[in-house]
Design a protein around this ligand. Structure first.
Ligand code: ADP
Length: 650
């Protein structure tokens, strides 16, 4: 078979360059990555053999094996798992499928200094490619289970790789690293030392549920017969009579008691599951005894994954049955809005053959789902009081996702509201909870006021804010896109209604001045009645009503929506998703104390109804629209009218 040469995809090449020039200081982790891949491959083969009785592969002794060669300076990680086909090798190893890659690489380029880059790499995780931190040539030999021919892939990481079809190949995959020449500084990083390698496996991969075997160094080239020495099909080239030992304990961390396991061990399991290189923020353990027994070990990451918001993002909870891996991304166990939670759930009483479809309907699983969700939410609640800084990190990273639950998880709505934090006019620096807001509410205040918008500044400078600020009412500033949506379906918190300050009529007057204010309003309504009727008909194409405002103190006018109407931002969101949304006309409110508005009234009452007055009304509407972040239907006309006016003032 001829050898084909391929070029790495651009992103892949860039990543490889970074690996070769090793911006990551802890090089040991390459072994964790290779073992993690091997372990996944064994899981996959075991499952496939279970489902496909025709598959003729030996699954009686699935394991990982490490072979070290001091003379050749090579390290080989071998598994007898699922393997890869020729096309899979090209697909999986030659390209990077992750959609976040381009963004990641850009950030990496902009990152200053090595710590920043290291942190970014940590967020991304580069799997197989991390071999190039320690090797100047990597060869991968693999055969897909069920196929007869194998594939050899080889590269020095510098732009191209070669692929060759091989007639005879052992089951599974072996990855051989030709280690970079030792330099004096790197004495500690001798990956052909079995002592060193054993230490790394212990540290990073001890919990792997498959045996990781290695020929011990002390056994030398002659000695007693090892258990694997005659495993020719394995392709093992271990010295004929060396001692083979299993280096990992294979103990499932979730089945061990808390005090037996160190945080570091938990963290390594997390990294294996999540492909994240950073330690998790929080570890959650659960044990359920009784008729339906299960253990759960869940993790809250310390950073949001690059693709958390892209379609096809996987949920991170794996299902095990009696210590045996069953599936990744078990959607029956975690709701969409907790998709950032990673971990393992190990159930005792499920069949090993269980499918996704069955899981979705299984009552026990539904029960488990409920308890897991409650546990995650209560953990977050405990973080709020127990470790506010950590909670804030979590909220900053995942708050936007958690709030999606306000739309989908009716049962836990109150808990979700309880762990949510919001920006507020009260304090620029600190976020506030709804509970704190309610405690600060003014006497007689009935509602929790909020406004949605693009940014804090946009909301704060909106005319809607004026009266609230003038009278000292606190307003929540909701700037996440999801806020537009959930506020529509959450009516209240703690008996207090949520009220948008950009919608409906507002009433901010205290009981004492109510009478006086009402009288004043009534006077204004009479004074302005004619103007309002005239303007309503003049602007009837754009607004459904022109009325007086009680929310303005500085601006002449503003646009408001009806209480139950879609906000313009939400309407745009629906349109962007391809849904038809009818155009809704909104309401123009005028500030009767503003000279521009009172001047307009005077002009109108003196019978001046020519084009000048109509244009003034149009301009007023345009300004209100712009202040609301809206778009003018005819900007050039607006500018011309404005320029004419300005000209006359000169
Ligand atoms: P990741 O493991 O994060 O997906 P890698 O670059 O480490 O990224 O590996 C890419 C893919 O190559 C894996 O998802 C897997 O499908 C395949 N792969 C890697 N190593 C093995 C292996 N030992 N056996 C079978 N498939 C493998």
């Amino acid at each position: 078979m001829p050898t084909e040469t391929f070029e790495f995809q651009v992103e892949a090449r860039q990543l490889l360059q970074m690996m070769i020039h090793s911006i990551y200081s802890n090089k040991d982790v390459f072994l964790r990555e290779l073992i993690s891949n091997a372990s996944d491959a064994l899981d996959k083969l075991r499952l496939e053999a279970l489902r496909d009785s025709e598959l003729r592969e030996d699954v009686s002794d699935l394991h990982i094996r490490l072979d070290l060669d001091k003379e050749l300076r090579t390290l080989t990680v071998r598994d007898n798992g699922i393997g890869m086909s020729h096309d899979e090798v090209v697909q999986l190893i030659g390209t990077i499928a992750n959609s976040g890659t381009a963004k990641f690489l850009k950030e990496l380029k902009e990152a200053q200094g090595s710590t920043a880059s290291e942190e970014l790499i940590g967020q991304f995780g580069v799997g197989f490619y991390s071999s190039f931190m320690v090797a100047d040539e990597v060869t991968l030999l693999t055969r897909r289970a069920g196929e007869s021919q194998g594939t050899r892939w080889s590269s020095d990481g510098e732009g191209t790789y070669s692929v060759e079809t091989i007639d005879e190949a052992p089951q599974g995959t072996s990855v051989t690293l030709r280690l970079k020449p030792e330099d004096t500084e790197d004495q500690l990083f001798d990956y052909t030392s079995s002592w060193k390698v054993r230490e790394i496996v212990k540290r990073y991969s001890d919990f792997i549920t498959w045996p990781i075997r290695m020929v011990s160094e002390t056994a030398g080239k002659s000695g007693t017969t090892g258990e694997d020495a005659d495993d020719a099909e394995d392709g093992a080239e271990a010295p004929a009579e060396a001692e083979v030992e299993t280096v990992n304990s294979m103990k499932a961390l979730w089945a061990r008691s808390r005090d037996e396991v160190t945080d570091d061990e938990y963290h390594e399991l997390y990294k294996h599951i999540s492909h994240d290189w950073t330690d998790p923020l929080e570890i959650i353990r659960m044990q359920a005894e009784g008729t339906f027994e299960y253990q759960a070990l869940l993790f809250i990451p310390s950073r949001a994954a690059q693709d958390l918001f892209s379609q096809g993002h996987k949920r991170g909870v794996q299902l095990y049955v009696k210590r045996v891996f069953i599936m990744d991304d078990c959607e029956a166990l975690m709701p969409e809005y907790l998709r950032f939670v990673k971990g393992v759930v190990d159930a005792q009483d499920l069949s090993l053959n269980v499918s996704r479809e069955i899981l979705q309907q299984d009552r026990q699983i539904q029960l488990m789902h409920r308890r897991l969700v409650k546990k995650v939410l209560s953990t977050v609640k405990d973080m709020m009081s127990g470790n506010p800084d950590r909670y804030l990190t979590l909220w900053k990273e995942f708050g936007r996702v958690i709030k999606e639950g306000l739309l989908s998880d009716y049962e836990n709505r109150d808990s979700i509201l309880g762990i949510s934090s919001f920006a507020s006019t009260q304090d620029e620096e600190r976020l506030t909870t709804l509970k704190e807001y309610v405690e600060r509410m003014k006497e007689g205040q009935q509602h929790i006021f909020y406004m949605t918008g693009e940014s804090r500044t946009a909301i704060e400078s909106s005319p809607h804010m004026e009266a609230f600020q003038a009278k000292g009412f606190e307003v929540l500033l909701l700037t996440d896109p999801v806020d537009e949506v959930w506020v529509q379906s959450v009516p209240e918190f703690d008996g207090k209604q949520l009220q948008s300050i950009a919608k409906g009529e507002v009433d901010l007057d205290t009981d004492e001045d109510k009478k006086e204010v009402e009288a004043e309003r009534e006077r204004q309504r009479q004074d302005y009645a004619d103007l309002l009727t005239w303007m309503t008909s003049e602007l009837s194409e754009d607004v459904k009503e022109v009325r007086l405002s009680s929310r303005l103190t500085v601006s002449p006018a503003c646009i408001v929506g009806d209480t139950n109407e879609l906000s313009p931002a939400l309407a745009n969101m629906y349109r962007a998703m391809g849904q038809e949304v009818p155009d809704v006309k909104r309401i123009l409110e005028l500030n009767p104390t503003h000279p521009l508005v009172s001047g307009l009234r005077k002009a109108h009452s003196t019978g001046e109804t020519g084009t000048g007055l109509g244009e003034a009304a149009e301009l007023l509407y345009g300004m209100a629209l712009l202040a609301d972040g809206g778009e003018l239907s005819d900007p050039s006309r607006f500018i011309k009218l404005m320029a004419d006016r300005l000209e006359r003032t000169l």
